[in-house]
Design a protein around this ligand. Sequence first.
Ligand code: BEZ
Ligand code: FE
Length: 287
Amino acid sequence: MTTTPDEAVERAADELTRTVLASFDGAPERLRTLARGLVSHLHAFVRENDVTDEEWRYAIGFLTRTGHITSDVRQEFILLSDVLGVSSLVDVLGNARAAGATPSAVLGPFYVEGPPELPQGADISGGLDGEPVLADVTITDTAGVPVADAVVDVWQANKDGYYDVQLPDQEGPVLRGRLRTDAGGRLRFWTILPAPYPIPDDGPVGELLAAAGRHSMRAPHLHFMIAAPGRRTLVTQLFVEGGDYLDSDAVFGVKEPIIVPFSEQDDPAPDGRPGPWRRVEFTFRLA
Ligand code: BEZ
Ligand code: FE
C-alpha cells in the first residue's frame, strides 16, 4: 500500500507530538499532567488551524511585546489572561470549590498592597467629585454567622473611570482603603459612584481587542478583598445594577449574584450631607 504525501505529514506530526509528550514522562506528577495537557492542546491548535510559520512568528512577537511592556505597575500578561477569559475561567472553577460562598471576581491590576487603614463610616472619596454612595456591608460565613474583625480592602475608579494610580495630579491613595468589620460582621463607608472604564489598551492586548473589533470597557464596579482567620480570602467586585457593559465586560468578570442596586435615596443622608445620594447594601459570604 502506498502512502500519500498528506498521510506522511500526518504520521510525522503524530510521531512528533508523541515524542514531545513522552519527554515529560519523568516530570513530577502535576507538572507532567499540565505539560502534557498544554502540549496536546497546542499541537492540536497548530494542526487544526494549519498555522503558518509567519503566523507563529507573529504570535511569538506578540508575546515578546507583551513581556517588554510588562513591569511592576503594568501587568500585560494578566490583562491577556483577562481578555481571553482565562482569569475568569480559573475563578469560576475555584468558586465551585467554595460552595455557598459569594462568587469571586478578577483582582485586576489596580490593587495596591497596604491601603490606608480607615475607621467605620470613613469617606474614601477624599473629596473627589461624584455621586455619594453609602455602602453597608455585612460579612458572614456560608451559614450566615457574622464574621467579626474581617479585614476588608476596597478600591474603585472615580466618576470618570480612573483609579488614583492613573491620576497624574493625585497625591497619595484615594478611593481605596482598609476597614474592619464590627462584632456584628458589619462595616460602613462612604464613597462615590464608580464609572465604567477602559482596561489599559495602549499595548499588545489593546491591539488584539482592536483587531478583533472588541471594546475594552469594564462595567462599573467596586472591588473588595476580604480576609479573616480560618476563612478563604474572597476577592470580588460589586457591579452597579443598570450600569453599562454588564453584558459585554471586556474581561468577562460580571456574575449575576454580584450585580447589585446602588439605589437613589429620597431621605436625607444619615450624616446630614446635602444633595442626592445612593445606598448599596450587600452581604458577602466567606467559605
Ligand atoms: C479591574 O477591574 O480593575 C480590571 C480587571 C481586569 C483588567 C483590567 C482592570
Ligand atoms: Fe476595576
